[in-house]
Design a protein around this ligand. Structure first.
Ligand SMILES: [Zn+2]
Length: 297
């Protein structure tokens, strides 16, 4: 259709841009799934960090920079989960979701989403950030989706407590390399023993630290050591040999979403791996009900 001669081309392009689906970058942590769940098909959500990538050490690729240049809003987990995102260039509004949603975080631990109550707070922050993009209709769609998400997350919070209660009390401990599950541990009353953070500087394992780590793992009552990746690093294998405590056969996904999994799947999978390895019994059936409820939002 020919353009009306009286309308300058620039304003036509501007109008087209305003009605087009906005682009939102959901950078790291569990924001990819959370944002897509809340916004539905009203925005194009680009997830910057591929599931399974280590956010602490990732570097931005040219494609990431291009996506950031198109974004109306850039949602970051915050608390320095992904140092590479500290200096990004984007015309969009940058929101550090975690810093707003979970201001009470004395050690500035970025792994806040392991407590579902924090995910509810993050959903609130994401929803209010997205609202600037839409009209009243669009906003009410987000509100409805957020209310459904909240209900699943409240159920998830209760479900985690029930699973952890099946673990014998002296085995309610997660032995990791780096501190990751502090929010989960604090909410549900178990211990995290991040041996590399507690006993080494920069992860370097001296003979004296190896012996201190072995002692603390033996004393912890843990039946397994949870590595950050499989195959486990040389350091974690040495720690396992020296303490006599085996490495768990399945890896926990502590830094974001598990590959191909939603945030609720990731959370339930993590809890089941932990609970089963420590002598409890995880209820798979109720876990899949939660996963389905989340997927149906
Ligand atoms: Zn981490």
């Amino acid at each position: 259709m020919p353009l009306p001669a009286s309308l300058p081309l620039a304003s036509v392009l501007l109008a087209a841009a305003n009605t087009a689906t906005p682009t939102v970058v959901a950078a790291d942590g569990i924001l990819c799934d959370l944002t897509r769940t809340l916004v539905g098909n009203q925005a194009k959500v680009i997830c910057l960090i591929k599931p399974g990538t280590d956010p602490h050490s990732m570097a931005l690729r040219p494609a990431d920079r291009q996506n950031l240049a198109k974004a109306k809003i850039v949602l970051l987990n915050g608390y320095n989960l992904t140092p590479a995102l500290n200096k990004i260039r984007t015309p969009g509004t940058v929101v550090k979701v975690g810093n707003i949603a979970v201001p009470n975080n004395p050690v500035k631990d970025p792994h806040i989403w392991h407590d579902p109550a924090n995910v509810i707070a993050m959903a609130n922050t994401v929803a209010s950030s997205l609202k600037s993009l839409f009209d009243a209709n669009g906003d009410s769609v987000i509100d409805q989706r957020r209310a459904k998400a909240d209900r699943v997350l409240v159920s998830l919070g209760g479900w985690i407590g029930q699973q952890i209660a099946t673990v014998p009390e002296k085995q309610r401990v997660v032995v990791t390399g780096h501190r990751t599950y502090d929010f989960l541990a604090k909410r549900y009353g178990f211990r995290e023993l991040p041996v590399l953070d507690d006993y080494t500087t920069g992860g370097t394992l001296r003979p004296s630290s190896l012996s201190a780590i072995s002692k603390s793992i033996k004393a912890s009552g843990s039946k397994a050591i949870f590595p950050e990746s499989l195959p486990p690093s040389k350091t974690m294998r040495r720690i396992s040999r020296s303490s006599g405590v085996p490495i768990a056969k399945q890896v926990l996904f502590g830094d974001g979403q598990a590959p191909g999994k939603s945030l609720v799947q990731t959370a339930t999978i993590n809890v089941c791996i932990f609970v089963n390895a420590q002598g409890g019994r995880c209820d798979q059936e109720t876990a899949s009900q939660l996963q389905q409820r989340w997927a149906a939002i």
